[in-house]
Design a protein around this ligand. Structure first.
Ligand code: IMP
Ligand code: MG
Length: 184
């Protein structure tokens, strides 16, 4: 896999291939179906733009429970060259979340500032519950403690692209997760 001739020059290797992703997303959907099977109101899936759009599309199409799709957009300001710091809501959900089970769908958990902000924000809206589905997790990077209910894969502290994730808007639509070669 390391010497994949199809891989563009700025990519080091495939970390998670298409089949492995599909199998794991299936499993996550089953877990979510089980968890919410007795809910009276539809589950609201809130995708965090843009990175989560492919994960959200695949996951939601495997759900058999009633659900509603919604999105939010956020931006994070931090120290130069760092993801850390303040999170700001650029676009809110269209749905009123009050009284609903909410599942935040995020591409990757890095420092945790995005998810901790979102969990806090949504809990303050009289939601029935707020949970998180995260496709990738970089445990080595956490700065805040976050409880993840549905997690795809843990990965090392490297920059990854594909399956919705980008580097400067590149490589988002690769069907697999690949490790970038850092630019210097
Ligand atoms: P956090 O708020 O530090 O947890 O940052 C999470 C956000 O950083 C994610 O939603 C991604 O947009 C971005 N991010 C962190 N690591 C990566 C990566 O390896 N590839 C692409 N985006 C990443
Ligand atoms: Mg991003």
């Amino acid at each position: 896999m390391a010497d994949n001739p199809q891989l563009s020059k700025d990519l080091r290797r495939v970390l998670i291939d298409e089949k492995t992703i599909a199998d794991r997303v299936n499993e996550l959907a089953q877990e979510i179906n089980m968890r919410y099977k007795d809910s009276e109101e539809p589950l609201i899936l809130v995708g965090v733009l843009k990175g989560s759009f492919i994960f959200l599309a695949d996951l939601s199409r495997r759900l058999t429970i009633p659900h509603i799709i919604d999105f939010i957009a956020i931006s994070s300001y931090g120290k130069k060259g760092d993801q850390r710091g303040e999170v700001r809501l650029l676009m809110d959900t269209r749905e009123n979340l009050a009284g609903h089970d909410v599942l935040i769908v995020e591409d990757i958990l890095d420092s945790g500032s995005t998810l901790s902000y979102l969990i806090r924000t949504f809990k303050a809206r009289n939601t029935k519950s707020v949970s998180t589905a995260v496709f990738l997790d970089k445990p080595a990077r956490h700065e805040v403690d976050i409880d993840i209910q549905f997690k795809g894969f843990e990965i090392p502290d490297v920059w990854v692209v594909g399956y919705g994730l980008d580097y400067k808007e590149r490589h988002r639509t690769l069907p697999f997760i690949a490790e970038m070669i850092p630019e210097n």
